[in-house]
Design a protein around this ligand. Sequence first.
Ligand SMILES: [Zn+2]
Length: 160
Amino acid sequence: MTATDTTTEAALVHDVHWKIDYRVKLGRAWSRFMRGLQKQELWGTRCESCQRSYVPAQDYCEACYEKITNWVQLEPTGTLRAATIVYQGFEGGPEAPYVVGAVEIDGTHSLLMHFIGGVDLSDSDAARAVLRDGLRVRAVWSDERTAAITDIKHFAVEQA
Ligand SMILES: [Zn+2]
């Protein structure tokens, strides 16, 4: 039996409010990764079995499942692989609009989700044209660092 959806009703809209305080134990790899950020150093892990590298650092290789103990210091540069402009912020977050992007740090095989700064968002079409796959970016360090992912303030378009 089949049926054709002929619904013409408008989609439902629900108002939702989240306020969540929580504590996360980062584990060995992420703790070392975050302590590096505090010193303005970007560290990743490299699988000795398949040579894949990860930022943020991982204890296990997601490709071959081997335990990773090899650390590599990386330049804080990479390539933007995807981005979105956020127009609706959330409590405790940055003031919207802002950009979140997936950055492939040079020499790695993973994506680091972070803010992309320094992009003029007054014209969203122009901003989307800038935020293309392949855009070169560089980490901008926060002045005050606390061994947290926000020790990188954002990634900015790398100047040639
Ligand atoms: Zn591997």
